[in-house]
Design a protein around this ligand. Structure first.
Ligand code: ADP
Ligand SMILES: Nc1ccn([C@@H]2O[C@H](COP(=O)(O)O)[C@@H](O)[C@H]2O)c(=O)n1
Length: 257
């Protein structure tokens, strides 16, 4: 671990002195379907002591790329119901919405986001507010694919879980939580999800700063990442660039060692 008050290589490379760590600190979390991206983000959030904090006060927010699936045409929706629409292709996303949302969060603005419904393959009508935070975790299968997004991350994590394990988890999850039947899941997986993973997601692993084998089970990797975030965002590193000092939580950064 870096000594308190020192400047790390990332900061030097990017021209940031110790006290100029960017706010918010944006972390991209990529990986195949059911690799454990959400679980890893939830653990990071929990270990930063943010679970019990009110949404308006949270210093860490998690944004899921699935929020940005574009609305489907009637024809596409009919295909989706048969497991024949390619949700794993970059064209399935509303790229402008995704980029603008992240830009707004980087600019310290609050954003309004829909809840995505996997049963209807559409956004819910009711949107919720996400408030500015000091750490933004942006997770999804293709969060490293788009250069404009990639350039906004200060740290990139790739969750690397064995494909058989991922398929097994996806079958369980999609039958229980996403209203799918097994035939439909396996058809979609073999014809669309797996080929798209190999074409669009896996090649983006090279952009990762940290690869996390086994996802949320990898407590050593998660502990190291959390320590690194805490170190970067210690209050002493907060002299310039933070318009909203919110370091009054003992459970977050700035806790005495
Ligand atoms: N380490 C694990 N052991 C067992 N099940 C897990 C593990 N990590 C995730 N899961 C389960 O696998 C499914 C996908 O995990 P999730 O974290 O949502 O992955 P992703 O966000 O990459 O799709 C979920 O049902 C989750 O509960
Ligand atoms: N209507 C939808 C939208 C997405 N999917 C699948 O979800 C996967 C991405 O979510 P993860 O939590 O698994 O990363 C992706 O592989 C899509 O195939 C879907 O099935 N239906």
């Amino acid at each position: 671990m870096m000594a308190a008050g020192s400047t790390n290589s990332w900061q030097r490379k990017n021209g940031f002195e110790r006290e100029r760590v960017p706010r918010p600190f944006v972390i991209g979390v990529a990986g195949g379907t059911a690799s454990g991206k959400s679980s890893v983000c939830a653990k990071i959030m929990q270990q930063l002591g943010q679970d019990d904090v009110d949404h308006k006060q949270r210093q860490v927010v998690i944004i899921n790329q699935d929020t940005f699936y574009r609305p489907l045409t009637e024809e596409e929706n009919a295909k989706a119901l048969k497991g024949e629409f390619n949700f794993d292709h970059p064209d399935a996303f509303d790229n402008d919405f995704m980029v603008n949302t992240l830009k707004d969060l980087v600019a310290g603005k609050e954003v309004k986001l829909p809840q995505y419904n996997y049963k209807t393959n559409a956004r819910e009508e009711k949107w919720h507010t996400v408030y500015p935070a000091d750490v933004v975790l942006f997770e999804g299968i293709l969060v490293f694919y788009f250069k404009e997004l990639r350039d906004m991350y200060h740290m990139k994590l790739f969750v690397d879980t064995d494909p058989d394990t991922r398929l097994a988890r996806r079958v369980l999850r999609d039958t229980k939580e996403r209203g799918r039947d097994i035939e439909n899941i396996l058809h979609q997986y073999t014809t669309l999800v797996k080929p798209a993973f190999e074409e669009f997601c896996l090649p983006t692993k090279k952009y990762a700063d940290v690869i996390i084998p086994r996802g949320a089970d990898n407590t050593v990797a998660i502990d190291l990442i959390v320590q690194h975030i805490q170190e970067l965002l210690r209050p002493s590193a907060n002299k310039i660039g933070n318009k909203r000092p919110r370091y009054n939580s003992d459970s977050f950064v700035g806790r005495p060692h």
